[in-house]
Design a protein around this ligand. Sequence first.
Ligand code: TMP
Length: 236
Amino acid sequence: MATLINEGKAKQLFTTDDPNVIQVHYMNQATALNGKRKEHIDDKGEVNNQIDSLIFEYLNHLGIATHFIKQLSDSDQLVKKMKMVPLEVVVRNYASGSFQRKFDTEYLLKFEEPVQEFYYKSDRLDDPFINDSQIHALKIATPEQLSTMREQVFKINQALIKLFAASGITLVDFKVEFGFDADGNLILGDEISPDSCRLVDAQTHESLDKDVFRKHTGNVMDGYRTVLSRLEATAK
Ligand code: TMP
């Protein structure tokens, strides 16, 4: 019988018959302000599971190692069990969010090279920015592991820019997480969806991601459904 291993802000993790495989259930829930604001949102779990499955299948196809095994149902998928590295790895192609606030730049200022940042995953500390030297001091990852994650995340960025551009969507920025699989390989885990990316319409710059929920600017599901239908149309 499947047992609940962990419940995060938008997903539940369950055991399966295989100790190296877990079932991820996407919930109809959105949070902001590090979980302090929580709302039920109809269909969000299904739409995010479908977007994430499509993206991870695409990355697996390109030879990028990920935890994703297969989509199981509308709101569930099977993934490899991982020991996660407690880092959020952010890549930015255009200025938005915390970068725009921190450096007071214009919105969607285009960077010549993608910007990469690490944040230490800790709800208690509100996921603070962390640099390489601090990561080494806290023994979170070795220099080689940081290089691997940087190398992988820039490859993932190029692949995602291409995938979204074909659907008329600009990838502004995104966050991913890495972990070790049962064989000790450092591979991509967690999720890639409009919960963890900033996506704007390439023509109108309309927001198609969780910023709509964060900023209360409309119905968040309109953007998520647009992302899914455009990705599905392009994948055909
Ligand atoms: P930021 O501009 O707020 O630092 O966010 C950068 C990107 O990372 C953006 O696409 C949203 C994503 N992100 C998450 O997925 N989870 C988080 O906890 C944070 C802070 C950002």
